[in-house]
Design a protein around this ligand. Structure first.
Ligand SMILES: *Cc1c(COP(=O)(O)O)cnc(C)c1O
Length: 375
C-alpha cells in the first residue's frame, strides 16, 4: 500500500481513482473471485451468508441483510416497518435537508413524507434542537445520515426519539467504521442502511448495500421483501422485490471489509494533515466534536468564493468535487413537494468543496494544504 501511495503526486489525474483503491487488494480479490466461479453458487450462497455475519459483527448489530444497493437498503427498511405496522403511508420521517438525494428518495418511495430540517453547519449533520421542533403527530422516525463519515449526535437524538416514541434509521452509506462515544454507526439506531457503491469507503466492484439491525422481525421482513416478498420457497407473504446482493459482490466485500481499519487510518491521516496545515481566513475546515470517530468519506471545507477556489486548485493540479451542489428540495423531481426555503442548506450547497481524500499520501496532502494557504 505505502509504495503505491508514495507514487501519487500532483497533478492528480482525478478526484478519486478506483484503480488506486483496488490495486493493493488485487491478488486477494482475484482469489475470492475464483472461489465464487469455482463454487457454482452465484446467489444466496456461503459468501453472502459469511459477509452478513462479518458485517454484523463489525458494527455489533445482531443481523445484517445483504441487498442490492444503499437506496434499496433504506427503502426496504422503511417498507418493512410499514408492513410490520410501525408506520403507514403519509407518516413523516425527519431527515437533514443537506443529505444526498437518495436518503429522501427512499422516504418518498415508501409513501412516507420527508420532513427536511436544517443541519448544524458545524457538523453538517442533524441539529437536535431543530429535530425536536419538527416533530408532529404524524412523525414516526428520524433518519440519521452520518454525512461525509461523521456520526450524528446520536445520544441527543435518541433521547428525543425515546421521549416521542420514534424509530431511528441510520443512513450509514458514508460512515462505515465510524464510532460515536465508542459505539459503531450501524448499530446506534433501530436499523441502518449501508452502501457499498464503488467510491464509498468500503466499495464493491459494482452495486451493493446492506441493512443492519438487532430487531429479528425487521431483519426477516427486509430479507423477505428483498426476495420477492418470500419467507420460504414459493411462499410470498409480501408483494416484494428482487433486491439481493450476489455472491461475487459479497466475496469482494469480504476482502474489503478485512481491510477496513487500514482504509480508515489512511483517510484519518490525510484529514489530519489537512486540518493541521490549512490556515486561510476564507477556508473553513471541518470540526469533529469530542467522542466522535470521523471516517472521512469526504473532507469538506466551506469557501464563499467557491468557483475561483476550485479553478485555482484545478490549475495547481488538485481536482475537487462538490457534495452536493443541489439539495434534494431543489431537485426538479421534488418541485411540487417542498415549498419552504431552507436558507442554511442552500448556503451550504453553495459553499461546500470536497478535497481529495481517497489514497492521498501524507506529502501530497501537505502540498495540497500549502497550495490552499496561498489562495
Ligand atoms: C451513496 C449514498 C446512498 C445510496 O447508496 P447507493 O448504493 O448508491 O444506492 C444513500 N445515502 C447516502 C448518504 C449516500 O451517500
Amino acid at each position: 500500500m505505502s509504495e503505491l501511495l508514495n507514487k501519487k503526486r500532483l497533478p492528480l489525474s482525478s478526484f478519486v481513482d478506483l484503480r488506486d483503491a483496488t490495486a493493493p487488494l488485487r491478488e486477494e480479490l482475484i482469489e475470492a473471485c475464483t472461489r465464487v466461479i469455482d463454487s457454482g453458487w452465484f446467489l444466496h450462497g456461503p459468501e453472502t451468508r459469511a459477509f452478513e455475519a462479518e458485517l454484523a459483527a463489525s458494527c455489533g448489530a445482531k443481523h445484517a441483510v445483504a441487498v442490492s444497493n444503499g437506496l434499496d437498503a433504506l427503502r426496504l427498511t422503511l417498507r418493512a416497518w410499514i408492513r410490520l405496522g410501525a408506520m403507514k403511508p403519509g407518516d413523516e420521517v425527519i431527515v437533514a435537508a443537506n443529505t444526498y438525494v437518495a436518503s429522501v428518495l427512499a422516504i418518498t418511495d415508501a409513501g412516507l413524507s420527508p420532513r427536511l430540517v436544517e443541519p448544524d453547519p458545524a457538523s453538517f449533520n442533524l441539529d437536535p434542537a431543530r429535530v425536536e421542533e419538527a416533530i408532529t403527530s404524524r412523525t414516526r422516525a428520524i433518519m440519521e445520515v452520518h454525512l461525509y463519515g461523521l456520526p450524528c449526535d446520536h445520544s441527543s437524538i435518541s433521547d428525543i426519539a425515546q421521549r416521542h416514541g420514534l424509530l431511528i434509521i441510520e443512513d450509514n452509506a458514508q460512515a462505515i467504521g465510524a464510532t460515536a462515544h465508542g459505539r459503531a454507526t450501524g448499530a446506534l439506531g433501530d436499523a441502518a442502511a449501508f452502501s457499498f457503491y464503488p467510491t464509498k469507503n468500503i466499495g464493491a466492484l459494482g452495486d451493493a448495500g446492506a441493512v443492519t439491525t438487532s430487531d429479528s422481525a425487521l431483519a426477516s421482513a427486509v430479507r423477505a421483501l428483498a426476495n420477492y416478498g418470500s419467507d420460504r420457497r414459493y411462499h410470498n407473504i409480501y408483494e416484494g422485490f428482487n433486491c439481493r446482493m450476489d455472491e461475487m459482490q459479497a466475496a469482494m466485500l469480504r476482502v474489503k471489509l478485512r481491510h477496513m481499519e487500514e482504509e480508515c487510518l489512511i483517510r484519518e491521516n490525510t484529514a489530519h494533515v489537512y486540518s493541521s496545515t490549512i490556515c486561510h481566513k476564507a477556508v473553513i475546515t471541518p470540526t469533529v466534536s469530542p467522542g466522535m470517530r470521523h471516517v472521512w468519506h469526504q473532507y469538506v471545507v466551506r469557501v464563499k468564493d467557491r468557483d475561483s477556489f476550485r479553478r485555482y486548485l484545478q490549475e495547481q493540479g488538485v481536482p475537487t468535487d462538490v457534495h452536493y451542489a443541489v439539495p434534494p428540495h431543489m431537485q426538479p423531481c421534488y418541485h411540487d413537494r417542498f415549498s419552504s426555503p431552507l436558507p442554511l442548506t442552500e448556503q451550504l450547497a453553495a459553499e461546500v468543496v470536497s478535497l481529495p481524500i481517497a489514497e492521498i499520501p501524507t506529502g501530497t496532502a501537505r502540498e495540497i494544504a500549502l497550495i490552499i494557504n496561498n489562495f
